[in-house]
Structures are given as C-alpha cells and as structure tokens.
Ligand binder design. Structure first.
Ligand code: GLA
Length: 387
C-alpha cells in the first residue's frame, strides 16, 4: 500500500537538496479510528486501522553535529544541533521529528543527520499525520543510529514528543495504529495491557473518509481539558466504588448510572462517553466475529451521538456528514474519528456502494456549506516499516 509516486518524489527531492542518496527510508501510515473514542488514555479499547496514506522519512548521517531537516512539501529547511534538541516555537512541524529523535537517542547524538519527510496525508484531516511523521522518523533514525526499539517503546517515544514538544496530552492510539496495521484488517488494542490484535473486516466492508477541513480553535487545549475531566471522574469513582479504579476503564455504565450524582453534570457526561465507548468496542468485536456489519455500523452511529451529546467533541460540519450518511443507501455506520472538533468522518459502507455514497455525501455537504467535503476510499493498510 506504499504509494510509489510519493516515495520516488521524496528520493528525487532528497537527491536534489542534499546532493546524495539517503542511507535509509522509512514509511509510516496515518490511521482511522473506527470505534472507541477517547478511550486510549482511559486505558480502554479501540478499533482502528492504518490507512493507505502515509509519510516517508529519508535520512543519512552527517559528518558534523548539525542536523538538517527538510519538510518535503514546502521544501523548507531547519537546522539544529544533534546534542541540543529543544522544541521550537516557529515551524512547529519540526518538533515531532525533534521530540522523536530526542526520545530515541536519549536527548541527542554525537553526529547529526540530513533528513527529509514527505507524504500524502491531508494535513488537519484528523488522520494522524503527526503520528505518521513520528513513527517514520523513529524507524528511520533507529536504523540509521543502530538503535533497537520495540513497537510499544517507539509508540511511547512518539507520544512523549506530542506531550512535551507539541503540548497535546494524547494517548497512544495514533502511534500504535500506525505501527500495527495489516492489510484489510482492523487493529483492536487494549490500552491497559498495550496488547493489540488484527481483526478481519471481510470483503463486504470498506471505509470512506470525509474530510470536512474544519479545524476549530483551541483544539489541543480542548483535548487536554476533556482528558482532565475523565481523570477527575476516575478519581471520584475510585472513592465510591468498592473495587479498584485506576482509570475509567474500571467503571461500568451501570456503576456510572448509580454513582454519577456525586459529580458535576458536565464531568459525569464526559465520563459516560469513554465508558460507553469501551462497551461498544467489546460489543463490536462480538458483532464482527459473527459477521454482523450492520450491527457494527449501528454502534458507530451511537458512538458519534455520544461524542456529540456527552463529550461535546463534535462540530456542525461533522454532524452534517453523519446525519447525511444515515440517509444514504448502503451506508452502515459513520462517526467522527480521532480527537474531534473538526477533521474527518469515517463511514462504513459496502464496497459496491462506495462510489454512490461518496457522491451523495459530498453533495449533501455542499448543499449545507457551499463546497463539498473531500471523500476518499480508505483501505486498511500495513503498518510502518523500514524500506
Ligand atoms: C487523538 C489522540 C489519540 C486519541 C484520539 C481520540 O487522535 O491523539 O490519542 O485519544 O484523539 O480517541
């Protein structure tokens, strides 16, 4: 599922810019989140998939301490010292690479690298272009510097780059999905044990991604506040339930209903979302095992409703796509994917209906907002690798 044109373009750009070939090239895909929203940092469950859009990172060692890093789309270069890796306030894209490099090399290295990244994940689409950049950087630089790193450790290095270099207190979903994808299969992850498995969707399912291009203000701040509300709720349930509660994963919907009265209403509603999502993922696993795709799709619609009402991480653009999807023949389910507040809606559809559903979604969106959303067919794809 690696896009050869994008790869070849990167190599050409690299040669032209640095005057030599890269020593190593790695690739990491973006991801869709299929079911299980904001459950990862609550130690719950998620169905996701690596997708057929991704980022390549090419690198070669330099002979000095200097690191030269180029964003291949803009052909913009930044430089920094290999043993002084600090976050930057300008050209913040470099922070994902810097943070990963710092985590991988334990705060720096004796010699630098000439690196360039380039890919085809639409920016701001909610498909985790930043995790794809971290994971492609991590795999390429681990190979270049001969560092052995297992997938979960690499995912945590990427997550730490987001926390400390980009300021978003994300979970591990995006990084794990990018690493663990398999062609035609979903990734089902338990975010407590960090054990993941690949689950077959069968030939009757495909996904559409509807990129609304909406990105609402204060996105990262809003994400961190939602996370805080979940942690506040978990701390409260730990005081009232008679079994250990480390995270919302340990609270059932029945317990939530009995004890929610001790929480402010908004915090209680925030907590209900990941608790309900965990139950939906477990139910979804049973439905997939029995081949019940319509049942699985219905859970995706429920998930979106829970986001919209309880977690309030949807927005009008996403809601319009999901509502339109409900009325389109052949569509089985639709929901927002990822952090929320904009980005993409992921739609589950039978492959034979993909084309007509895409056109219907784009025109329903255009009827409301004056321009269509971008709809592409997403194929669950293999995870990240060194080429
Ligand atoms: C973003 C974060 C993930 C996860 C999702 C919501 O993509 O990076 O860790 O929390 O939002 O499920």
């Amino acid at each position: 599922m690696i896009n050869k044109h994008v790869h070849d373009e990167l190599i050409q750009k690299y040669r032209k810019h640095f005057g030599r070939d890269p020593e190593v090239v790695a690739y990491a895909p973006g991801r869709i989140e299929v079911l299980g929203n904001h459950t990862d940092y609550n130690e719950g469950f998620v169905f996701s998939a690596a997708i057929n859009f991704g980022t390549f990172f090419a690198a070669a060692k330099s002979t000095s301490k200097q690191c030269r890093l180029v964003a291949g789309d803009l052909m913009k270069e930044v430089t920094f010292e290999a043993n002084d890796v600090t976050p930057s306030k300008t050209d913040t894209w470099q922070n994902y690479v810097k943070g990963t490099f710092a985590g991988l090399t334990n705060q720096g290295a004796a010699v630098g690298f000439d690196g360039m990244f380039f890919g085809n994940i639409p920016l701001g689409s909610g498909l985790s272009s930043s995790a794809a950049l971290e994971m492609s950087t991590g795999l390429a630089l681990a190979k270049l510097y001969k560092i052995t790193v297992d997938p979960v450790t690499l995912a945590k290095i990427g997550q730490k780059a987001e926390h400390t270099y980009a300021g978003c207190k994300c979970g591990l979903l995006d990084q794990i999905s990018s690493l663990a994808g398999q062609e035609g299969k979903l990734v089902k992850t338990d975010f407590r044990s960090l054990v993941y498995e690949n689950v077959e969707m069968g030939p009757d399912a495909c996904f559409l991604m509807c990129n609304t291009h909406a990105k609402h203000a204060l996105v990262d701040g809003a994400y961190n506040r939602l996370r805080e509300a979940c942690e506040t709720a978990a701390a409260y349930f730990a005081t009232v339930l008679r079994h250990p509660v480390k995270a919302l994963r340990d609270v059932s919907m029945a317990e939530w209903a009995l004890y929610k009265g001790g929480l402010p209403e908004t915090v209680a509603n925030r907590a209900a979302h990941p608790i309900g999502e965990d139950e939906r993922v477990l139910k979804g696993a049973e439905l997939l095992a029995s081949g019940d795709l319509p049942g699985f799709g219905a859970l995706m619609f429920d998930s979106h409703e829970s986001s919209r009402i309880l977690f309030q991480n949807s927005c009008e653009e996403l809601d319009v796509v999901v509502e339109a999807a409900k009325k389109i023949p052949g569509v089985l389910g639709a929901r927002l994917s990822g952090g929320g507040f904009g980005g993409s809606v992921v739609v589950l559809v039978h492959p034979r209906d993909a084309e007509t559903a895409s056109a219907a979604l784009a025109s329903a969106y255009a009827a409301k907002f004056g321009k269509p959303c971008d709809v592409s067919v997403i194929k669950p794809a293999p995870g990240a690798c060194v080429l």
